[in-house]
Write a protein that binds this ligand. Sequence first.
Ligand code: NDP
Length: 454
Amino acid sequence: MPKYDYDLITIGAGSGGVRASRFASSKYGVRSAVIENRRVGGTCVMRGCVPKKLLVYGAHFADEFEDSQGYGWDASDPGFNWQRLIEGKNAELERLEGVYHRILREANVAEITGTGRIADAHTVEVDGKSYTSEHILVATGGHPIMPEIPGIDQVITSDEALDLDTLPERIVIVGGGYIAVEFAGIFNAVGVETHLILRADNILRGFDDAIRNTLRDEMCNKGIKIHCETQVNSIEKENGNFSLRLDQAEMMDTDLVMYATGRRPNTWGIGLEEAGIALNDRGAIVVDDTSKTTVDSIYAIGDVTDRINLTPVALAEGMAVTETLFGNNPTSVDYTNVASAVFSQPPVGSVGLSENEARAGHDIDVYMSRFKPMKYTLSGRDEHAMMKLIVDQKSDRVLGCHMVGADAPEIIQGFAVALKCGATKTQFDATVGIHPTAAEEFVTMRQKLPEHDE
Ligand code: NDP
């Protein structure tokens, strides 16, 4: 008779939790269960990456129809139906939810519906029922946070933006990070007058400045109104109209307000502190290199640990935990050169160090190319792409590879492999390009930028 009900109980059936419980069962044959109180699939599949990307695809047709005219097509006034896009997106999410249930079932992972609360180092309670397990994995993700200002209860977050019944004529999006920039692109492309309000002097803090500047200019060029160094002090709603009081005592009227001012780990109400699990000052679970918390039998992965909050990172952390626990092989995730993308319009792809980060520890050469993509010659679209390489002078290694422009995420994924392998600029130069593509620019840049301040 086993000592515990399960070998692994996971709280949270998002990307990381599903991957860990599934691998534990199917690869190591252990008895595994996963607890979820919302839809299986978590933020990425239900409220984030997947529905957002479907809306980005939908929105991008606006440009495609315009561009097609320069290529001989007559598509000058195509109709657009937002409800149909949302219905299609919802149907796809239902399909994916079914897929998730099926893969859990086929892997023999027990699904428990409800909110899990850790009662002790080996026990989780769900709605008054106790389940014991040798190991517990916390993968509860995060949720949007907003500043506490008057009227904030009337705004929406990305959760609701993905499910709007009708499109507003005007929208204000507050924030300048991934989510704000991506949704600004979606709403603007489908004809909503879009204002982006951010407190910083530029969008996408942490990215290379050339990316930030290029994307900001391209977004403005597409008609998005970006208000930098601006704070919203209060929001009033009357007869469907929102009035925002800004910090320079200015007022701005709009039809809908969306906040994308960051996310916080879901650590509340699940018994973490009572069980002796330490949280850091940002409210995230403190873990070691193998994702172990301050309680030996309890591990944590994904956004609830606030390391790199990206789905593929949570997947890697989930697999590393199963390897550590059941493969008798303590495994940590390598967080260097994790590529990321912003599905803005145009999109961004980035891997490695920004110029500022690289300068802090290296003598570097910088290569940059800015050009009008070939597709826009006939269509006449006034949109540019930017590509940038940061190279360590001493070792010749490429430290950073950044792009704004069509297909940037697809292109950067390949170059991420090169950076992971430690590729040098000489090896980039020795690579024969594929012509005519935008990506070939990365292997044909020969002219260093002169010394400059970024
Ligand atoms: P981010 O942390 O990326 O951005 C938050 C933004 O809100 C920043 O511009 C920040 O400004 C601003 N902000 C924070 N607090 C306030 C405040 N009180 N008043 C005004 N502005 C404020 O968060 P997101 O919500 O955009 O995304 C959360 C995370 O989700 C991302 O970090 C990323 O890990 C993940 N994500 C990844 C995606 C992808 O891979 N494509 C897509 C979407 C999300 P400042 O810069 O001044 O601090």
